[in-house]
Design a protein around this ligand. Structure first.
Ligand SMILES: NC(=O)C1=CN([C@@H]2O[C@H](COP(=O)(O)OP(=O)(O)OC[C@H]3O[C@@H](n4cnc5c(N)ncnc54)[C@H](OP(=O)(O)O)[C@@H]3O)[C@@H](O)[C@H]2O)C=CC1
Ligand SMILES: CC(=O)[C@@H](O)[C@H](O)COP(=O)(O)O
Ligand SMILES: [Mn+2]
Length: 381
């Protein structure tokens, strides 16, 4: 039985992880979880899975729950995230929290040699070099949850990594894939949240629409698989059936396919190297789908993807600045304080004025992250 700590249990990935843990009680036991503000969903997890420790984003939320569940330990804030991640009884951390707030807790779990099932791509973007160096030092396996990286990971299984020629990440194109840049001028939050293939949290759905999601994923692939940026391509594939592909030196291309269901990569990260049956999993019927489509990416149309490649090639704190600017700008867009195209503008302005520091330490990364958020906030005042 694998014992699990789960960060971000009440979110899209966290809730699907909860579903898997509920369906496989003989395989997995939840020992600790964190949530943000959602007290009701937290109650449901507590009642169904009886964890030992729960952390909430605020002290008030933690106190409200503590009254009703006096036999459980409660924590809150960033310290609470670390407590959940480092719970002594868990051997696996599922990091499904949103944003770079997941960084310190991930590093803390790595230092205990835990297996990290990572959905939280912002952590790998903002501090990939630190995460991977610590993972190597403490022998902590990092297993991707993101669908593209899970597909790449599965397509490399048993292969000689030295024979890889290219990683090909597929991209749906997001909610506005058929619009021109001019047509993006007046799109609404509601339209942007309408992803064609996946049901996900709000922030990543906006990232998909700007294609910053794919940009973050290119960096995530570079970090996880140690591939140069020149050997990582993005291919538009509107159906999201091929989740990504690996091309080898002998020209063979190995891909992982499936219906768009995040429970597949989440469960694979938990069961790896084994596979388990998926409760109510919908089987892929290619004959019914009929056709799959592919198209080259236009970097002028999807400018955020170009910015991410630029930041990735530069390395250093510009990655933290780009990620923090994106997180802050997406939050402002969701609050209807800036327009859709202003998300890219904010990121570009931050990147253009950034004094890059190569191989930053944790303190520098945290400092650049918080300063960048202040800069973006000041842009809209
Ligand atoms: N959704 C998806 O299908 C995919 C997501 N990912 C990645 O997984 C991560 C999570 O995404 P997703 O599940 O969509 O996000 P959601 O917004 O749905 O969920 C985020 C989770 O983090 C919690 N949270 C948010 N901010 C804080 C904070 N400051 N402190 C503590 N907890 C916090 C939320 O709590 P609460 O809701 O209680 O406030 C919630 O549990 C992201 O990095 C995303 O890029 C990757 C691939 C696919
Ligand atoms: C489910 C998942 O992994 C998301 O990151 C998804 O890939 C978003 O799709 P696009 O970014 O391709 O629109
Ligand atoms: Mn993805």
């Amino acid at each position: 039985m694998k014992k699990i700590s789960l960060l971000g249990a009440t979110g899209s990935i966290g809730w699907q992880t909860f579903d898997i843990l509920l369906a496989q009680p003989q395989e997995f036991k939840l020992v600790a979880f964190s949530a943000g503000q959602n007290v009701e969903k937290s109650r449901e997890i507590i009642e169904k899975l009886q964890p030992e420790l729960v952390s909430m984003q605020t002290e008030d939320a933690a106190l409200a729950l503590q009254k009703d569940y006096p036999h459980i330990s409660f924590a809150f804030g960033r310290k609470g995230l670390v407590e959940v991640a480092t719970h002594p009884d868990s051997t696996v951390l599922v990091n499904a929290v949103l944003g770079s707030v997941g960084l310190e807790s991930t590093l803390a779990a790595i230092r205990m040699g835990k297996t990290i099932a990572i959905a939280n791509k912002e952590t790998l973007v903002t501090a990939g070099h630190l995460v991977m160096a610590e993972a190597k030092k403490y022998n902590a396996p990092i297993i991707p949850v993101d669908s593209e990286h899970s597909a790449l990971f599965q397509s490399m299984n048993g292969e000689n990594k030295k024979r890889i020629e290219r990683l090909i990440l597929t991209a749906s194109g997001g909610s506005f894939r058929d619009k021109t840049r001019a047509e993006l001028e007046d799109v609404t939050v509601k339209d942007a949240l309408n992803h064609p293939n996946w049901s996900m949290g709000a922030k990543i759905t906006i990232d998909s629409a700007t294609m910053m999601n794919k940009g973050l994923e290119v960096i995530e692939a570079h970090v996880l698989f140690d591939m140069p940026y020149d050997n990582i391509d993005v291919l538009l594939h509107r159906e999201s059936i091929i989740h990504s592909m690996v091309e080898y030196e002998d020209t063979s291309v190995i891909a992982q396919l499936g219906t768009p269901d995040m429970r597949v990569p989440i469960q694979y990260a938990l069961s790896y190297p084994d596979r388990l049956p998926l409760k109510n999993g919908q089987r892929l019927n290619l004959a019914q789908i009929g056709q799959l489509h592919f198209k080259e990416v236009d970097f002028d149309r999807f400018r955020a993807l170009k910015l991410a490649y630029d930041a990735g090639r530069m390395g250093g704190t510009i990655l933290t600045a780009m990620n923090a600017a994106n997180e802050a700008a997406v939050a402002l867009f969701l609050q209807e304080k800036i327009t859709f195209l202003q998300i890219e503008e904010c990121i570009e302005r931050v990147m253009n004025s950034h004094n890059n520091i190569i191989m930053p330490d944790l303190q520098t990364i945290l400092h650049v992250d918080s300063e960048t958020r202040k800069t973006v906030a000041s842009m809209v005042k």
